[in-house]
Design a protein around this ligand. Sequence first.
Ligand code: PLP
Length: 401
Amino acid sequence: MWYESFFREQLADLKRQGNYRHFAELERHAGHFPRAFHHGIGRDVTVWCSNDYLGMGQHPTVLRAMTEATERYGAGAGGTRNISGTSPQHVALEHELAALHGKEAALLFTSGYMSNWATIGTLAQRMPGCIVLSDAANHASMIEGMRHSRAPKHIFRHNDPADLERVLASLPRDVPKIVAFESVYSMDGDIAPLAELCDVAERHQAMTYLDEVHGVGLYGAQGGGISDRDGVGHRLTVIEGTLAKGYGVVGGYIAGSAALCDFVRSFASGFIFSSALPPAVAAAALASVRHLRTSTTERAAHAERVARVRRRLNEEGLPHLANPSHIIPVMVGDPVQARLISEQLLTRHGVYVQPINYPTVPRGTERLRITPTPLHSDADIEVLVSALSEAWSEFSLARAA
Ligand code: PLP
């Protein structure tokens, strides 16, 4: 049979299009974030594209919690929570997350991806006649959950409450509906009008499902995300988040009513049939969530660093998408050039930033997605901006006015 040749041809196609994804073997050094050793080029580099947005993955409090919990409780969870038992670390983390979002309960998953897939899949499949309304730019994990549910799906224009209103008005009033959207969209860095989307959903008695993956830890007085910042958490039926980005560890969760979380716990195959997060991971995530509920130092420093990078890019005329978030997409517009620039930044300047190509972003909008952290210094920023400026000149790319 032709299995192997099929795989090779498909990969060759990806390479021809410039869309083949290369892994970089990076060794992060605890305590030296955002520095890491790059095995491919044999030297330390500065990481500019990590989703460990606040550097919490190396925060001493988080490391201590994880190390102590590993020594006390061992490495793994031993299986699913139904069979191997739940641990006090899981329970405490769920209480903390519920409190963070002002909800009755929370439920942990092994990743944010799984929490979206399992929760949307289960709710939309099990509620009789359910219809899903999905923002046009929703993440793959939500879309996969919708597909899995086989519930009818309607897409509304990205971040457009008027279009959501139009779609909802065309649907029968007395069937259950889930309106699913994100707070911070990870590739363009734009932020959803949460209150307006809730207004529309409430008028039509629809449930709301918010993916706060790129907001939690980073926004709001307690780090509850954009819903915390905008004071609308209580209006959302489900808030979903990750423990892998702003919180720097790994895992995902939903927060909602006690009945909803228990329903998902009881019916979602992605929860029931998958081993639980190790207790040490839960302990580390708990330390991170707790820390960011009270400390605003990281959020303030993060916002200041982001503003500085934007200002320096503007001064050099380096085109980046204007948005109100911490994500800075520097636009290249060609997959091959994006890759070549990324390679040049790495090999000449020790600047590590991966190109983002199709299908993650539409063709023609290829970019370098820069994510400053509180731990990038002024000197790091100068190296980044001058390396980009040099590449812009060498590749004859247009500068912004
Ligand atoms: N939702 C969004 C919007 C994401 O961007 C991601 C991951 O990048 C996920 C969910 C999945 O989260 P996790 O990385 O925890 O699986």
